[in-house]
Design a protein around this ligand. Sequence first.
Ligand SMILES: [Zn+2]
Length: 203
Amino acid sequence: MKLCTLLTILLLPCLVAAQSADNELVNVKELIPDIVLDLKYSTTDNFLHQKLYTTNECLLAQGLVKRLKVVQDSLRVRGLGMKIFDGYRPRAVQYLMFEIFPDPTYVADPASGSNHNRGGAVDLTLVNLATGEELPMPTPFDYFGDAASHGWTIGLSAEQIANRELLLGMMENVGGLTRYAAEWWHYQHAPSLANPLMDFQMK
Ligand SMILES: [Zn+2]
């Protein structure tokens, strides 16, 4: 047997195990203790004006959280950090959202599911780590309109554009995550999208 064949046979279970561990949902705060959570769907401060989650826990695929940790480490040296608005989202909540706001540009059709239902997408912004204050961005979270899209400049200040671009550069260049064109706050992690659509409430 060739050495490389033997190595493949021996290492394959380890590689598969590492991959499946990366797809498991984990508590973000446990891996990144200084990340700020402001889970809008755990409150009534959201476009549905309803509390949709039973806890303030934020779960995401471990592979995605590892990438976020790299981003947070890079931001911290600038006195900045991340604030998460949403992570894993039960599919039942996706049905409710789509029933009330059936625009697939902003709310994924629950029939095909959202990457939030896979724990593979995160909604977030930047904060001053010392004060917790959000950096000015083009729009509030869940603003459903053109001004939320990447590349939009009309009516925006140079500071709002620079902050959006800083977040984009950190997430894509440092974190290896990918943007969603219509929402400056939404990023996803391609390997985590292999996860099934899930529908359990956080406890
Ligand atoms: Zn999102």
